[in-house]
Design a protein around this ligand. Sequence first.
Ligand code: AMP
Ligand code: MG
Length: 407
Amino acid sequence: MGKAGELLSVGQGQEIVLRHGRPLPPEVVPLTSSSLGLVLAEDVASDLDMPPYDKALMDGYAVRAADLAGGQAELEVVEEIMAGHTPARPVGAGQAARIMTGAPIPSGADAVVAVERTRLLEATRVRIEVGPPKPGQHILRRGAETRKGEVVFTAGTVLRPQEFGVLATVGRTAVQARPAPVVALMTTGDEVVEASQQPGPGQIRNGNSPMLAAQIVRAGGVPRYLGIARDLVESLRRLIAEGLRSPMLVLSGGVSAGLADLVPGVLRDSGVEPHFHKVAMKPGKPIFFGTRGETLVFGLPGNPVSSFACFELFVRPAIRRMRGHADAGPKWVDATLAENFSYPTDRPTYHPAWLDWSESGWRVRAVPWFGSADLRGLTRANSLVLLEAGSRQYTAGESRPVLKIEE
Ligand code: AMP
Ligand code: MG
């Protein structure tokens, strides 16, 4: 923990979080859509040559290039070879075989002439209407893509659709990959009721849990929602104990300096070792990070925009680290301010903004926003633009770092 009263920078906080987060142990996962985006935890070698035979890349005629070099342009057609069938006879001098894309090249032939460049004179005679082909034209040689035994993917590869395709091609239906972490999620507050309820006097609906659950999914985690704890030690202790059974626990509310902000104390009493409790940022500042064993624990501020921003800056990178991604993020882009702007602030501020791509690169515009409780302001944003502490006047055209928020 830093000295009393000393605020960590966001970068320092992120570094502490990533130091404690570890990739989850690999599991065998099937190559189904639920494995999309997981990180491979083994090297994968091909069990065959790809392609497994010399393969035609065009519909046309398999020919002997040497036959056409002297200007002879009429050949005898000896066979038709469909994809999925093997040639029955060799192509001899003066001969050709009609061949379909993907079919094996017959022996004797060393080039393919596209069907559009030929004319069939009679059932078994074809005229080649272009100049002589180069040997190897429109043929993909056996093993040209991959040799048997060659490593096609190393551990750390992210499983995208194209990786699925190659894995299937080399005969894999399951691989060793790091699983998506289960993230326990709870909110706190005597005033908070679920969305299905009509709030009574002094009550508000729980917007944070559905928002954070969606952020967990988007970051690649699996949310496990525990419910709302009252601002009572017993109530908090019970849900926290439940949450600590997962590799990650995210709480919202109860982490600042109010009389009902019991979360850090109860976490400590539950065996959670605190690593930091305040970070120099807005929205946010009170954000608790601790660990118990391998479980990472985040206490996010209750104000919705603070919760959101703290999640993107600290929790998302931790989830990505557990998934085994080399780049835990968050990812920044430099964007040009579209208009003059000023926002006096005492801490580095992550201001909701609209980012778009223009002819001259990324361009960003701060959106109207009333502070950390203004979640609707955030719905008009697709990014957070970073502003410095102080009362600096920003001018149109200057460059600022921007955190993209994915859809
Ligand atoms: P806290 O961090 O508990 O002091 O809460 C700060 C502010 O966020 C208060 O106005 C709370 O009412 C509000 N808040 C806390 N939890 C939630 C929640 N789950 N959904 C929406 N607002 C919340
Ligand atoms: Mg509270």
